[in-house]
Design a protein. Structure first.
Length: 229
């Protein structure tokens, strides 16, 4: 009995230390807020809602409305932040481009325009686009760093995967994102995203996941080497 009583404080101390370690590993609210507040992440939301329909998700002019404006040049060309800001705020005519590009300053706030300008700097980069999608949709479970320490991860059993140590190839990652964990015999807590994310967004996330790997596996498919057409 005395031995058990003597061991009790040690056990309690061990449990406290273990809980403290888990708490320390988990993303803080501040770290999550810091990521979601980045202009490029917020700008991805604005771009998808207002710009992608004409300019396309990749900024390559292949949006769904592009077929209605085949004679117009809808590809987003390179430009300075000042150029992008002016054309978004005042429309194409303000920079001697197409007058069909509307002015958005009455529709979007100054902050939203600044955010979308930040996103335009990365719109042709699949991995950077994927980072914005990841931080909008995946980070809460998989963590700021993709290490499975997201703030909602404690609610999941089994816990979210540590994507920095994944040995899965791009085909597998594409399938689990699109169809969910249950579809391939993994955790049903991983939801299917195929109904919410476009195929381009899914492939962009896969490209971003490759940048998180602690030790690249070299298993990426040809589909991951460029934009999905």
């Amino acid at each position: 009995m005395r031995r058990a009583q003597a061991a009790l404080p040690i056990m309690l101390a061990w449990i406290c230390c273990a809980n403290a370690a888990v708490a320390a590993a988990q993303d803080s609210r501040e770290s999550v807020d810091q990521e979601t507040a980045k202009p490029v992440v917020r700008g991805g939301i604005v771009f998808k809602a207002y710009c992608a329909l004409c300019h396309g998700e990749r900024g390559d002019g292949t949006g769904r409305w592009a077929r209605l404006h085949a004679r117009l040049h809808l590809v987003i060309s390179s430009g300075t932040p000042e150029y992008y800001s002016k054309i978004v705020r005042e429309g194409g005519g303000s920079v001697k481009r197409s007058p069909f590009m509307p002015a958005w300053e009455e529709e979007l706030s100054a902050e939203q325009i600044g955010d979308v300008v930040a996103y335009l700097a990365v719109v042709r980069d699949p991995a950077r686009r994927g980072e914005a999608v990841f931080k909008q949709n995946c980070m809460l479970c998989h963590g700021v760093r993709g290490d499975g320490n997201g703030r909602a991860g404690r609610l999941s059993h089994p816990p979210p995967a540590d994507l920095t140590r994944s040995d899965k190839d791009d085909v597998y990652k594409t399938k689990i994102i699109r169809s969910g964990g249950a579809a391939i015999g993994r955790s049903p807590n991983m939801p299917p995203w195929g109904g919410q994310l476009s195929e381009t967004e899914i492939q962009d996330v896969v490209r971003f996941l490759a940048t998180l790997l602690a030790e690249p596996t070299g298993s990426h498919t040809n589909a991951s080497k460029g934009d999905v057409k």
